[in-house]
Design a protein around this ligand. Structure first.
Ligand SMILES: NC(=O)c1ccc[n+]([C@@H]2O[C@H](COP(=O)([O-])OP(=O)(O)OC[C@H]3O[C@@H](n4cnc5c(N)ncnc54)[C@H](OP(=O)(O)O)[C@@H]3O)[C@@H](O)[C@H]2O)c1
Length: 335
């Protein structure tokens, strides 16, 4: 058995989920794959822990929950230097998404790839802004970049398209890429609620952020459109190339007008030769894209298989952790 040494950047919802899963499933995976996943380093916004002999994930979780810091040492903010100076095989980059500059994730990812290491991330910012640069860097230096969790959490879309459908040409992708908007539109349709009230409900249930701007204005979906366009359809685009209209302007009247035609309104991301777009669309009831609730769903049109539809939970601690885990397993299996 050899070890895959892991450095985790960010110890929030997803970082902690990864530690929990490695604590509970690590030994089983190790014996199945012939490779042990070992956490050698972790840092959060203030502190760092590192040991080349491996860290105990349960101890890290306990320290984070009792002191608010994952490590005993404070790092003073120079986190890219931490990535540079820590020996690791794979970086799991799970710091917050920033869509203006992509930082600090962009620098962390660049730094690991520059050294020829592998990266697993679900941080949308760096991917939506600098996909081509990062994938070229990975290829040039012999590292691998995987990011299943960045689009649709547990919904397996990127790995399905890139690995399983490798022989197919994917000509069009349409999808529901934001569970919060889908929940809001569903509730508006089912109960005749105004947008503000449906949003409040989503916040009370813990689906929506306190500041829901990115979701409601379609920016989160647009990040995912950019990532899918680059990763699956071989485009070279960034977030700024996506035409975005969110759901703020959707009235109760529009919803009931749609219902009169046996249609619903859904926030749809579309990627094709003609369009790179996020916008509210009318969808006939019964069509896969009319799905309600918080699920994410993507339809890919391919030259051989025709339409393939995947759906799954788009966010949440364990859902997103499952995507990170699938990337880690893929890295080992590819070797
Ligand atoms: N949660 C989900 O369901 C989900 C789904 C898909 C994708 N994602 C993406 O996954 C990433 C992580 O999400 P999350 O929900 O785990 O976020 P989170 O709970 O906010 O955790 C972020 C972590 O990053 C740390 N951090 C913040 N700024 C940092 C810096 N400058 N240097 C080092 N560490 C820093 C935070 O430190 P402190 O602990 O010290 O504050 C925290 O540990 C995000 O990019 C998000 O968009 C999340």
């Amino acid at each position: 058995v050899i070890d895959m040494d892991i450095l985790i950047a960010g110890f929030g919802v997803v970082g902690r989920g990864v530690a929990e899963v490695l604590a509970s499933k690590g030994p089983m995976l190790g014996s199945k794959l012939g490779e042990d996943f070992r956490i050698v380093g972790v840092f959060d916004s203030r502190s760092v822990a590192f040991s080349s002999d491996g860290l105990d994930p349960l101890e890290l979780l306990e320290r984070k929950s009792s002191t608010g810091m994952v490590g005993l040492d404070r790092h003073g903010g120079e986190t890219t230097a931490l990535v540079r100076n820590s020996e690791h095989d794979v970086l799991i980059e799970v710091t917050p998404t920033d869509i203006a500059l992509g930082e600090p994730g962009l620098s962390h990812i660049r730094c690991s790839l520059e050294a020829g290491r592998d990266v697993v991330t679900c941080n949308k910012g760096p991917l939506a802004l600098r996909f081509k640069e990062l994938s070229d860097l990975a290829e040039r230096k012999g590292g691998r970049l995987r990011f299943e969790g960045a689009v649709g959490g547990a919904m397996p879309v990127i790995n399905v398209a890139r690995d399983i459908l490798m022989g197919e040409e994917i000509t069009k992708i349409r999808g529901i890429l934001n569970g919060t908007c889908n929940f809001i539109l569903s509730r508006m349709g089912e109960e005749g609620l105004p947008l503000n009230q449906a949003l409040k409900e989503a916040q009370q249930l813990g689906f929506a952020e306190a500041d829901p701007t990115y979701d409601i204005d379609g920016i989160d979906s647009a990040c995912k459109v950019a990532i899918l366009a680059n990763a699956i359809m071989g485009m070279d685009v960034s977030l700024n190339d996506v035409q975005v209209t969110g759901i703020r302007g959707i009235s109760e009247d529009a919803i009931s007008l749609a219902a009169g035609q046996r249609k619903v309104i859904r926030l749809i991301g579309e990627i094709s030769e003609e369009r790179l777009e996020v916008s509210p669309r009318l969808v006939p009831i019964g069509h896969p894209l009319s799905i309600g609730g918080t699920l994410n769903l993507v339809q890919m049109k391919t030259d051989i298989a025709g339409e393939i539809t995947v759906a799954g939970r788009g966010a949440g601690k364990m859902e997103t952790t499952s995507a990170v885990l699938s990337d880690l397993v893929a890295l080992v299996k590819e070797l």
